[in-house]
Design a protein around this ligand. Structure first.
Ligand SMILES: [Zn+2]
Ligand SMILES: [Zn+2]
Length: 239
C-alpha cells in the first residue's frame, strides 16, 4: 500500500506505508509508523515485531545488530525450487534450516505437472529491518529473479479483519470463513495464506479466545497438518 512517495536518496526510493509489503522487490525502503505509543511498546517484543513483518519470500535471518534504541535485523532471500519447463508455475518453498535445505537440494520434489525434479533457484536479494521506537523500516536490496512462493502467514491487516468477522459471529466455522458469503469476503481474499483451510482453522481458534481478542496478541505459527484435505477440497469446490 503506497500512501505517499517520500524521497529519493542514492537511487533508493522510500515509501510511507501502513503495512509492510509481503513481496518487497528492488532497492526500496518501506517506512511504517507505529500507530501509537501502545503499539510501539508492543513492538519492542520480538514476537510482536515478527507479526508486523510478514515477508512471503522464503528467507533466513543472518544477523541482528543492536545499538542504543535501534535493532537492525539482516535477512536474505533463499530463492525457490522451480520446474525447468517454460511457464510452469509449480514451485517448492526452500527450507529455512540450512541442513534441511541441503537435503532438499539433494532430493528435490518433482513437478506435479511435468514430473521432472525441481531446480533450485539461488537469489541474492537481501533486506534489513530497522526497528526504532516509533518506526519500523524495511530496506530491501536486489531483485528476485524467481517465482513468488505462496504465502504461509497472514498479513496483520487480514488478521485484524478476521478478528472483526469473528467478533460479530463467533460461531462461524473455518469452512464458512473459507467460502465467504454475499456480505463477507472469502478468507483467501483477505490473505492467500488462508487458501489452506487447516491453517485458517488454526488461526481462527487463536483469534477466537477471549484472551487473544483482548490482548491483540495472537500467535499464529503454521504447522503443516494432515487430515484436512477433504475440507480443503470441499472449500475449493464451494468457493
Ligand atoms: Zn512443471
Ligand atoms: Zn529472492
Amino acid at each position: 500500500m503506497k500512501l505517499a512517495w517520500e524521497r529519493q536518496t542514492g537511487g533508493r526510493e522510500a515509501y510511507q506505508v501502513n503495512e509492510l509489503p509481503g513481496y518487497p522487490d528492488g532497492n526500496l525502503d518501506y517506512i511504517m509508523q507505529k500507530a501509537d505509543a501502545h503499539q510501539s511498546e508492543r513492538l519492542e517484543k520480538s514476537n510482536k515485531r515478527a507479526k508486523q513483518l510478514v515477508i512471503h519470500w522464503a528467507h533466513r535471518l543472518s544477523r541482528v545488530i543492536f545499538s542504543p534504541g535501534t535493532k537492525t535485523s539482516y535477512y536474505h532471500c533463499i530463492g525457490t525450487f522451480e520446474c525447468d519447463q517454460p511457464d510452469c508455475r509449480f514451485i517448492d518453498r526452500p527450507k529455512t534450516d540450512p541442513n534441511k535445505l541441503k537435503l532438499q537440494k539433494e532430493h528435490p520434489r518433482k513437478c506435479a505437472i511435468h514430473g521432472g525434479p525441481l531446480v533450485y533457484r539461488h537469489c541474492d536479494a537481501t533486506f534489513r529491518v530497522v526497528d526504532v521506537p516509533n518506526t519500523l523500516t524495511l530496506r530491501h536490496s536486489g531483485t528476485h529473479d524467481h517465482h513468488m512462493p505462496a504465502p504461509i502467514k497472514a498479513e496483520p491487516s487480514a488478521v485484524a479483519t478476521l478478528k472483526t468477522v469473528l467478533a460479530v459471529n463467533p460461531d462461524v466455522t473455518p469452512l464458512q470463513l473459507a467460502t465467504g458469503t454475499r456480505t463477507r469476503p472469502a478468507a483467501h481474499e483477505l490473505s492467500k495464506s488462508w487458501l489452506n483451510v487447516s491453517r485458517l482453522g488454526y488461526v481462527r481458534r487463536k483469534v477466537r479466545t477471549p484472551a487473544a481478542m483482548n490482548a491483540h496478541s495472537i500467535q499464529y505459527t503454521h504447522k503443516r497438518r494432515g487430515g484436512c484435505r477433504l475440507i480443503r477440497w470441499l472449500a475449493l469446490i464451494l468457493s
